[in-house]
Design a protein around this ligand. Sequence first.
Ligand code: MRU
Length: 356
Amino acid sequence: MKIEGKEYLTIWFENNVVKIIDQTKLPHQFIIKDLKTVKDAINAIKIMEVRGAPLIGATAAYGLVLAILEKNNQSFLKKSAEDLVKSRPTAINLKWAVDRMMSKISGLNSDEILDIAIHEAKEICEEDIKFCENIGLNGLKIIEEIYNKKKDTINILTHCNAGWLATINWGTATSPIYHAHKKGIPVHVWADETRPRNQGANLTSYELNEEGIKNTIIADNTGGILMQRGEVDMCIVGTDRTLSNGDVCNKVGTYLKALAAHDNDIPFYVALPSSTIDWNIKNHKDIPIEERVSEELSHIEGLDDEGNIKKIQIYPKKSVAMNLAFDVTPAKYITGLITEKGICQASEKGLKELFK
Ligand code: MRU
């Protein structure tokens, strides 16, 4: 998608270096950063220079390419794979991508290992782009249905950033929105600010602005009243881990939006590529929920009057803060799952009909 009119992907490989858009600097600075070692890739995932489930997976895949470039040695590769998987715990794509890469390259000692690894990492990215595009085409049908009845701007609420910046291109939750916009359907997005890291304000609103899509940033607690007032036609969010029973683990706050949508009879959709499905965990209590440092809550970054990025403390120094990064929305509150293969019920039956 576009930034200042120029097409970008979120990650690419060039001259043996992995290029990423440093998302910790958006929206105030657009910086393309080089990852040269597997440690760089691990760090980029940890400090969220790259984030969003599919992009984390792609970065881990390229991290293994960097590991081979550093030291073509199987025990280093194995340790790198383990460290990559540990870099963030919740998004299943990370393990999915590392396992997929390792199934192609572990045990290979020949010179071809590098070419095979580069090829597989590229495949992971290209497949994600195709899947996200298909999610968009499938989700478009839902937006069209609502538009055919309403014949007016469709107001869509989303949480966090499940946009193209969270994937390689198109996004998951935003892909139906981009496709609707391209078809001339008037859409307006309510972008939840998404405290504490403000991915909704800093990333979703930013990328929608760059594509010329109308959007309004709202405080995380505003969605409920907008739904009561009839100002939300549908919700679409992403997911970091989708259980086979249809429960969805996504950015903290998603659950509360689903409850409000349920109470107000508003369709609540989750958009996902199949790489976020966890077929093993059966109970959402077993999902590792990331807890990040409380400084992400107690401090905030922005531009000062001179245009410099500044970080300031906003909480009382003595206060304790807790920063859980994800929550689980039970399947019963989800109208449907929008996948690359079609739309299904958020249930084991629905998912199995499409994927097994
Ligand atoms: O902590 P983040 O920014 O990595 O969280 C991202 C989300 O919660 C997204 O909704 C999710 O990864 C889906 S991305 C298509």
